[in-house]
Design a protein around this ligand. Structure first.
Ligand SMILES: [Ca+2]
Length: 196
């Protein structure tokens, strides 16, 4: 009979630990929102479309679904850069807009994506940006340097963003110190995370 009183608290403790463990498992699994697995489907992504900003981010000329490289599955988004040989162009932007139907990301605190540079790629940095609300609040992350023949993660801490329940656009931005080149960069596995 005595044994019962010693064993019971232990069992409660065990159940408590298992419950906590399960809850954490649920929190850490991210939600994948873009992975470009369907042939010919760019999943709504385009080169920059907002006319007034094109001067600032000119050098991404085309985006297309591709099976050449992949971080998840078989496909990714191929981003084609063509920077001017006659004037300096340091940045380019690919984007997916939700203006017609804003996305609710209020349950998430971090956005991540992976990008791939080809073997002889010129040095390129990448960062993510998100726009929210009717006033198109702009939030951007820190630029990360890519590595040739490697997938590099770029991330954006969204924990302090306003109007995250009305996300109107997501941007992938590339920048370069030199100009006058053509290059292809691959983007894949964009995920939302509940934890920052
Ligand atoms: Ca993929």
């Amino acid at each position: 009979m005595h044994l019962k009183f010693h064993v019971l608290p232990f069992i409660f403790f065990l159940v408590f630990i298992l419950t906590i463990g399960n809850a954490q498992d649920k929190n850490v699994s991210p939600k994948r929102i873009f992975d470009w697995e369907k042939e010919g489907d760019a999943e709504g992504w385009t080169p920059i479309s907002f006319e007034p900003e094109k001067k600032r981010f000119p050098f991404i000329r085309a985006v297309t679904q591709s099976d050449k490289w992949a971080n998840t599955g078989k496909g990714s988004l191929e981003i084609s850069i063509e920077s001017s040989e006659t004037k300096y162009e340091g940045m380019g932007r690919a984007e997916r807009s939700f203006y017609s139907k804003p996305e609710d990301w209020s349950a998430y605190k971090k956005l991540t994506a992976k990008f791939y540079l080809t073997q002889n790629s010129i040095p390129l940095e990448a960062y993510l940006a998100v726009q929210t609300g009717e006033k198109w609040n702009w939030y951007q992350g820190e630029p990360i340097e890519g590595k040739p023949e490697k997938w590099t993660e770029v991330s954006l801490d969204m924990s302090k963003f306003k109007e995250l329940d009305k996300v109107v656009a997501i941007h992938f931005i590339l920048r370069s110190k030199i100009s006058g080149f053509t290059e292809k960069v691959y983007l894949d596995n964009i995920e939302l995370h509940e934890n920052p």
